[in-house]
Design a protein around this ligand. Structure first.
Ligand code: NAI
Ligand code: MG
Length: 482
C-alpha cells in the first residue's frame, strides 16, 4: 500500500462467498473423481496469507498409467471416430460453461495463485474461454486449415503446465488437442491445482465422454512419469528451460512429438521518438503484470540515451502509485508471489543484482506481514554481462540499460540465450519493421505489450523452446499431416 495518503484507496475486495473450495480434491480419471492409488495427498495454500486452501490427491506412476489407458481407450472408441463437428460442439459447451462460471474461476485462481483479481477476471478466465471457442471453430475445418494435406490426430497427448496462468495454460493445451481429435492427460502445477480440478467439473457438466481429458495433480515426478509413459504420442510442456531440456532428453529416440514453451528474458526497447508516457505504462504492464510471473515478461528495458533521464523519472513516479497487496482487492496492481520457493529465487536475484553493481530502486510502500511478496524493483545501470540481465528471474524485477543506435539495441536485445518476446516503442513505422525483422523473438509487440488473442501464435526461438501455441499454427503440433 503506498504510504502517501492521497493514494490510499478504501478496500474493495471481490466477493468470494459464492465460491466453493472443497476440503479435498481427487484425481480426474476416465470421467470420474478418485483418490490416488497409494492414497497420497498434498496441500495447496493461498500465497497471499499462507492459509491452507485444500488437500489434493497426488498422482503417482500407477495413476499415470491408469489415466493414459483411459485416454487411449477414449481415443480409440469415442473421440477419434466422432464426427469433427460433434467434437466442436463439446468445445463450445465447455467455453460457455467457463463463461457462466467465470467469477468463481477468477476468484479461485487469485486465491490459489496470488494474482490480482483484475487480471484473473479480465485476462486469464476470458482468454481461457476464448481459446475453447476459437478451437471449437476449427474442429470441423481442419481440411481447410491445411489445403492439399490430410490432417489426422496423433493419439494421446501428455500435457504439463506451470503455475503462472493455471487455467489459461490448461485451455491453451487442451482446446487444440481436442479439436484435432486427440485425448489428453494433463498435469497441473503443484502450487495451483484448483482451477484445473474445477475444469474437470466443467468437463463432467459438458458431458464430455469419459477418458477424453484426465487431470492428474502432482509434482515433477508425476510430470516425469507422464513424459516417460510409452503410450503417449505427444508431449506439450510449458515451464522452466531446465525441465524442458530434461524432457527432451527423456523422449530422445522415441516417436513422441513435443512442443516446449520455456523461459524468456524479453527486451522492451524505447527509442527516442517514442511517446514516453504511453511507453512507460507499457513497460510497467510488461514487467509488473502478474508479479513478473510471465515467460514473455518485458524484464529488460533498453532506453535510447537521449530519453533515459525522462524515462527513469516517469518510471519511478509511476511505481510509487502501484498498489501491492490483497489479490482479491479490485484495486490491486501487484499481488502475491506464487510460492515461498519462487520468493526465495527472486530474493536471491535482488541480492545478486546489488552485488553485481547495479543500482536498486523500489517504491516507498509497505507489504502485508503474512504471505509472499516482492516490491516492484528497478535495477539501474545494469550491464549486458550481469546475471540479472541474462537470466530469467520470474518476478517483478526490471533491469535497465541504455543504448545509442538501433543496431546496438538489436544486438543487446538478441544477446541472451532466450528468444520468446520483445517490445519496441517508437513513433515511426519503418523503425518498427526494422526491429521486428531483426529481433530473434517469437513475438514482438510494437507500442504495446502483453497482448494475447487465441488466433495469434505464440512460442520461442533458441532456449525459449520450439513449436507454436495459438492460432492456425497451434493446430499443427496436434496433427499428422500426410
Ligand atoms: P518447473 O519447470 O519445474 O515446473 C513446471 C511444470 O513442470 C510443473 O507442472 C512441474 O510439476 C513440472 N515438472 C517439474 N519437473 C518435471 C520433470 N522432470 N518432468 C516433467 N514435468 C516436470 O518450474 P518451477 O520449478 O515451478 O519454477 C522454476 C523456474 O522456472 C521459475 O523461477 C521460472 O524462471 C521458470 N518458469 C517458467 C515458466 C514459463 O512459463 N516459461 C513457468 C514456470 C516457471
Ligand atoms: Mg496454491
Amino acid at each position: 500500500m503506498p504510504t502517501d495518503s492521497s493514494w490510499v484507496y478504501a478496500p474493495a475486495p471481490e466477493d468470494s462467498s459464492h465460491v466453493e473450495i472443497k476440503k479435498h480434491y481427487q484425481l480426474f480419471i476416465d470421467g470420474k473423481f478418485r483418490d490416488a492409488a497409494d492414497g497420497r495427498t498434498f496441500d495447496t495454500q493461498n500465497p497471499a496469507n499462507e492459509a491452507h486452501l485444500s488437500e489434493v490427491a497426488f498422482s503417482g506412476e500407477a495413476d499415470v498409467d491408469t489415466a493414459v489407458k483411459a485416454a487411449r481407450r477414449a481415443y480409440n472408441e469415442v473421440w477419434c471416430p466422432m464426427r469433427p463437428a460433434d467434437r466442436g460442439k463439446y468445445l463450445y459447451r465447455i467455453a460457455r460453461i467457463l463463461q457462466e462460471r467465470s467469477r468463481e474461476f477468477a476468484v479461485t485462481e487469485s486465491l490459489d495463485g496470488g494474482k490480482p483479481i483484475k487480471e484473473s477476471r479480465d485476462i486469464d478466465i476470458p482468454l481461457a474461454a476464448a481459446h475453447f471457442f476459437y478451437y471449437a471453430g476449427w474442429a470441423d475445418k481442419l481440411d481447410y486449415a491445411f489445403p492439399g494435406r490430410s490432417p489426422s490426430s496423433l493419439g494421446v497427448a501428455g500435457q504439463i503446465i506451470p503455475w503462472n496462468f493455471p487455467l489459461l495454460m490448461a485451455a491453451w493445451k487442451i482446446a487444440p488437442a481436442l479439436a484435432c481429435g486427440n485425448t489428453v492427460v494433463l498435469k497441473p502445477a503443484e502450487t495451483t491445482p484448483l482451477t484445473a480440478m474445477k475444469l474437470a467439473e466443467v468437463f463432467q457438466e459438458a458431458g464430455l465422454p469419459a477418458g477424453v481429458v484426465n487431470i492428474l495433480p502432482g509434482d515433477g515426478s508425476t510430470g516425469a512419469a507422464l513424459v516417460q509413459h510409452p503410450d503417449i504420442d505427444k508431449i506439450a510442456f510449458t515451464g522452466s528451460t531446465e525441465v524442458g531440456k530434461r524432457i527432451q532428453q527423456a523422449i530422445a529416440g522415441t516417436a513422441k512429438k513435443a512442443t516446449l514453451e520455456l523461459g524468456g528474458k524479453a527486451a522492451n526497447i524505447i527509442l527516442d521518438d517514442a511517446p514516453l508516457h504511453q511507453a512507460v505504462e507499457g513497460i510497467i504492464n510488461g514487467i509488473f503484470f502478474n508479479q513478473g510471473h510471465v515467460c514473455c515478461a518485458g524484464s529488460r528495458l533498453l532506453v535510447q540515451e537521449g530519453v533515459y533521464d525522462s524515462v527513469v523519472t516517469l518510471l519511478k513516479d509511476r511505481m510509487e502509485t502501484l498498489r501491492v497487496g490483497d489479490p482479491l482487492d479490485k484495486n490491486t496492481d501487484i499481488g502475491a508471489i506464487n510460492s515461498k520457493a519462487q520468493q526465495d529465487i527472486i530474493q536471491g536475484y535482488l541480492e545478486l543484482g546489488e552485488k553485481e553493481g547495479a543500482e536498486i530502486h523500489q517504491p516507498n510502500c509497505t507489504l502485508p506481514s503474512k504471505g509472499y511478496w516482492c516490491l516492484p524493483t528497478l535495477f539501474l545501470n545494469a550491464t549486458q554481462s550481469h546475471r540479472i540481465v541474462q537470466e530469467e528471474i520470474f518476478g517483478p524485477v526490471l533491469a535497465v540499460q541504455t543504448f545509442r543506435t538501433p543496431d546496438e539495441a538489436i544486438e543487446m536485445a538478441n544477446n541472451t540465450p532466450y528468444g520468446l518476446s520483445a517490445g519496441v516503442w517508437t513513433d515511426k513505422g519503418s523503425r518498427i519493421f526494422n526491429f521486428t525483422k531483426r529481433l530473434r523473438a517469437g513475438v514482438v509487440w510494437a507500442n504495446t505489450y502483453n497482448q494475447f488473442d487465441p488466433s495469434s501464435p505464440f512460442g520461442g526461438f533458441k532456449e525459449s523452446g520450439f513449436g507454436r501455441e495459438g492460432g492456425l499454427h497451434g493446430l499443427e503440433p496436434y496433427l499428422r499431416l500426410d
